[in-house]
Ligand binder design. Structure first.
Ligand code: SAM
Length: 366
């Protein structure tokens, strides 16, 4: 499924462009996540990094896979003595398990931390069957868990696990979702596909939709709702698009505003060498944001105008729109005032003051 190696293809496989960008985001986020949880004044005694679809830890061209990136981020950012860090890597392909074990020895020939403070487990099996029992066995619950569920896009994960993670102390998920197989096989897929959406079959309404774009958006919306129902208060979802137009949809769920802000920072800082752009799944024109230094603000302008349509006649406070951008779009709060100033210069909105501040009120013009 998806744009990667077929299940029966070689291990390791060639790294797709958007995988490079995805790894860059993982690394940037983990370099923030580990120190916040483990090195700050409110450090937790332990935290767990869990992957349900770990892969072989290396790509055909020698690039590191996500398990290696995670361990390296920990070593680079949290110095000894560290609290206990547990890592669990599950994959159902024995070739991946074997290659990952070899990569771990190759990349970390001497144990970088004591066996007590860094516990790394590699387990063969499906995510559904192995991940939760391993988290139980490692006594991960009750302390923060970051679960990276990077399947080929079909997300074979139980809803129960998502709910359990959402309820667990300071826990977060990063999930990869592909829409192609859901769209292509909608009439063939059985209840296991509904389970991806928490048992809700609404995603099947794509059957009645005319365009690929509408179907894609519907699936993404359903998935976002699934994570919200599972209990994640804040979600950040976006598509990574490579130069060939292939896209990968990532969803991040957390219960902490700071987690959301840090993930958003990681996404906007992604290295441009990958030539990968972003798209906000809610932008009606599906415009790709390739230039991140000088971001394309047109999609945000459209989203803000839409939001203002439902505001009272007095308008909305800019601070509220900043929160809207943080919680409901791929944009950062810092992008909002600039965009509003442009919209005002174009006569699309009005405000009471000559400059736009966080406390200003803005409304649709006319
Ligand atoms: C996209 S790759 C993972 C890439 C890896 N996370 C990385 O970024 O380096 C997906 C992996 O999931 C494994 N896989 C597929 N279905 C699985 C399942 N049901 N349970 C566990 N692993 C599965 C495949 O063998 C493959 O290694």
């Amino acid at each position: 499924m998806g744009d990667h190696a077929p299940v029966s293809g070689p291990v390791p496989w060639k790294r797709a462009d958007h995988t490079g960008a995805k790894h860059d985001i993982y690394r940037r986020y983990l370099e923030r996540w580990f120190p916040i949880l483990l090195a700050g004044s409110n450090a937790y005694p332990s935290a767990t990094y869990a992957e349900g679809f770990a892969g072989p830890g290396v790509y055909e061209g020698g690039e590191p896979g996500s398990p290696i990136i995670a361990i390296q981020a920990l070593l680079d950012k949290v110095r000894d003595p560290i609290p206990v860090v547990k890592m669990i890597f599950v994959d159902d392909d024995l070739r991946c398990i074997d290659t990952l074990n070899k990569q771990l020895t190759l990349k970390f020939p001497t144990r970088p931390r004591s066996a007590e403070t860094l516990r790394v487990k590699v387990k063969a099996g499906t995510c559904v069957e192995r991940l939760e029992p391993e988290l139980d066995a490692m006594q991960a619950w009750g302390q923060p868990i970051l679960a990276v569920l990077d399947s080929w896009g079909n997300v074979p994960v139980t809803y129960r696990l998502l709910e359990r993670l959402a309820r667990n102390q300071s826990s977060e998920v990063i999930i990869t979702l592909g829409t192609q197989s859901f769209i292509r096989f909608v009439s063939k897929l059985g209840p296991e596909a509904d389970e991806v959406f928490g048992g809700d079959p609404s995603w099947r309404q794509i059957n009645t939709m005319a365009t690929g774009q509408a179907k894609r958006q519907h699936i993404l919306t359903c998935y976002r709702q699934t994570l919200a129902r599972a209990g994640f208060k804040y979600l950040l979802d976006f598509e990574l698009i490579d130069t060939r137009g292939e896209s990968l949809y990532l969803v991040f769920g957390t219960n902490h505003r700071r987690g959301l802000e840090k993930m958003k920072d990681s996404v906007w800082e992604v290295d441009r060498v990958y030539g990968v752009g972003f798209r906000d799944p809610r932008d009606e024109q599906a415009q790709t944001l390739f230039e991140l230094i000088d971001p394309v603000l047109a999609p945000l302008a459209r989203l803000l105008l839409n939001r203002l349509k439902t505001a009272p006649p007095s308008g909305m406070r800019v601070e509220e729109l900043r929160n809207f951008a943080l919680f409901e779009t791929v944009y950062r709060p810092e992008h909002v005032i600039r965009t509003l100033a442009d919209l005002r210069a174009d006569g699309r909105i009005s405000s009471d003051e000559t400059r736009i501040f966080r406390r200003s009120m803005v409304r649709l013009a006319g």
